[in-house]
Structures are given as C-alpha cells and as structure tokens.
Design a protein around this ligand. Structure first.
Ligand SMILES: [Mn+2]
Length: 358
C-alpha cells in the first residue's frame, strides 16, 4: 500500500507539507483545487502550481480528492453533457501531471453529514458526531449547524453559496429514485471511463456517508450489494472504489473485511477510520485502534495485506487532540491522523514480517 495524507492546500489548511514530511511512511499527498465548485473548469496553471508544491517536498501527487460531480449530472438534466465534457477535460489535464486516481462521490446535495463537529469523547478529545434523531425533517437547521461549526473554513460540498439554494436543489431532485440516480451514474461512467482507460486515470467512487438515506434523498453506494451493482454498471478496472471503512462502518451490517476481500481488485484508494456505533444508531469517530470502536482496523488491513494491496491508503478523519480544534479543519487535525498512520503501518509491517517468516 502507499500511505497518503489529505491536504487542503497552502493557506487553506492548518497543516503544512513540512509537518506531513515528519510523519513516517507518507509518500503521497491527496489534493484538489478546493476553491472549485462542481462543474468548473480546472486551469492547467492552477493544477501545476499545486503539483509543484507537492512534488518539491518529495511527495507524489497521484491522488486527487475530489473532482466533484455537478448536480445536473446526478439529476440527469440535458445540461449534463456540458458538465461531463468539463469533467473529461479535467481528467485529461490531471493525467498529464501524473494523477492516477480520482476520488468522487455521487451523493445528492449533501456530501458527508454529521450533526456535531466537536463532540467531546470521554478522554477529553473531540470528534465528528452523528445524532440520528437530529436528522429528521429540516435540512436547513442541520446545514446551519454545520456551517456555524466550520468557522472560517469552507468545507467541500458545504459551500455556503450552494447551501443558500437548498430549496431549489431539493426541488430539482424530486422524482429522482435510487434507480434513476443509478441510471444517471451509468450515463456519466459510460462517457468518462473510456477516457480514463486511454489516459490511465482510475475513477474511485466514495461510498455514501452515512450509509443510509437522509431527508428522503436517494443513496446508492452504501452496502456490499450496492457496490456490486455499481461495479457492474461499467465493468472496467478503471471504474473502481474509494473504500471508506468510516463511511460504511456506521451500518453494522457492512462487513468491511469481507467487502475488501471480495472487491480488492477494484479498490484503488482506501480510507481507513474507526467509528463507535451506539445502540440507538448514533455514531462518533474514534481513534484508529480497533478496540475503541466497531471497525476492526486490524482485520481491515489484513484483508488488504492478504490480497497484496498496492493501492493508496489514507487515514480518513481523526479526532481533534490537545486543543488543535481551535484552528484545524473539522476531522482533519494533525495528531490523530498521524497516530492512525503509525497504528496502520505498525500492523502492516507486522503482517509483512509474518508473511516472509521473520
Ligand atoms: Mn472517507
């Protein structure tokens, strides 16, 4: 596996590339042009500027997370072709600077969803929290909670300008069933995957987070069966997965090691994170250590290791430790993700040694 770190870019992240260099074993930076909204053109100069920053510190820029998909593509409006052309243009440009994997998602309106960004854990750290019965009827109240909690940072998918048009967005998704959303995803993939094959860029869809429907919106990547159906939409190795143990994990029916063993050859990027699921269905993000939550991170890594996984891995989110929540992005502090990397590499190195009989 190749260990990576998600970085939001100069002036847009509390963590610098020099910080990241001091974490053992990190070879790549997961990046994006974070000021671009879905459907916008990515200029070559802007791409090169970020790639040069990354490579000048000795990192690989091979993974982009994310190139966001415009709602018109998800809804299936006639204007989708124009936005797919722009997407294809971006794939080609990214290929030219050495990008190998593009992460994206196909969730209507909302990206990842939580009800609290700094919920305190018993040890005094805090983390992203999801309280089931807060997500009932009023999406606007939830959006306000998220935007208030994010402070000065703009979070991908939660841009205030976009959230201001929430009523219109909901209206435009009326009548979009899971089946229609899946058809629209297939249409998108049928156009982009041949380009990906020609340009050697693998697409890696991120599962829905949380793995169930919210506010009546369809969600189609949230279980083993959904993943199987998705991979069959376009049966090419270039149509693959960002397998996120933290996103699928809150549904305890999702057996992460089994999913990895079944689909490992289509997993291009692994997000690894632990979650603790409460009896009432609420969940909170906890440290990577398996015993602290419901995702057995050792078994997750073992499933990858047994299959000689060569793809990219990153710690998904982390808790906020030692007061860093005052200036870090929610879920993207330095310390817990670095601890998570050491835990994961510790397991991986042990598995390596066992394999060669040391
Ligand atoms: Mn993830």
């Amino acid at each position: 596996m190749e260990m990576t770190w998600r970085w939001y870019g100069e002036g847009n992240d509390s963590i610098t590339l020099d910080h990241i260099r001091q974490i053992p074993g990190v070879s790549g930076i997961v990046w994006s042009l974070h000021d671009k909204v879905a459907g916008e053109v990515w200029e070559e100069e802007r791409i090169k500027e970020v790639v040069n920053q990354i490579t000048s510190k000795g990192f690989s820029p091979a993974v982009v997370e994310s190139v966001n998909v415009h709602d018109d593509i998800k809804i299936g409006l006639p204007s989708r072709d124009k936005y797919i052309d722009i997407y294809i243009d971006t794939i080609k440009k990214l290929s030219r600077v050495g990008v190998k994997v593009i992460c994206y998602n196909f969730m209507p309106i909302f990206d990842w969803t939580r009800t609290e960004l700094y919920k305190e854990l018993p040890d005094g750290s805090n983390a992203l929290f999801y309280e089931k019965n807060v997500i009932t009827d009023d999406p606007k109240a939830m959006v306000q909670r998220i935007l208030d909690g994010a402070g000065d940072f703009t979070m991908p998918g939660w841009e205030p300008e976009r959230m201001a048009k929430l009523d219109d967005l909901f209206k435009s998704y009326e009548g979009i069933t899971e089946e229609k959303l899946s058809d629209n995803l297939k249409y998108f993939l049928e156009r982009i995957i041949p380009v990906c094959e020609a340009y050697d860029v693998k697409m890696a869809i991120h599962p829905d987070d949380p793995p169930w429907s919210i506010f009546g919106l369809p969600r189609i990547i949230r279980s083993r069966d959904h993943i199987k159906k998705f991979l069959e939409l376009v049966d090419s190795p270039y149509n693959g997965l960002t397998l996120c143990s933290g996103s699928l994990g809150p549904n305890l029916m999702n057996d992460m090691p089994a999913i990895i063993r079944e689909f490992h050859d289509r997993i291009h990027f692994a997000h690894i994170r632990n979650v603790k699921v409460f009896e009432n269905g609420d969940f909170i993000e906890v440290s990577h250590r398996g015993q602290e939550g419901n995702v057995d991170v050792y078994e997750v890594l073992k499933a990858y290791h047994d299959n000689d996984f060569k793809g990219y891995v990153r710690p998904d989110h982390g808790r906020h430790l030692w007061g860093e929540e005052k200036n870090c992005r929610p879920g993207y502090g330095l310390y817990d993700r670095a601890l998570g990397i050491m835990y994961m590499l510790g397991i991986w190195d042990s598995l390596d040694k066992r394999k060669i009989g040391k």
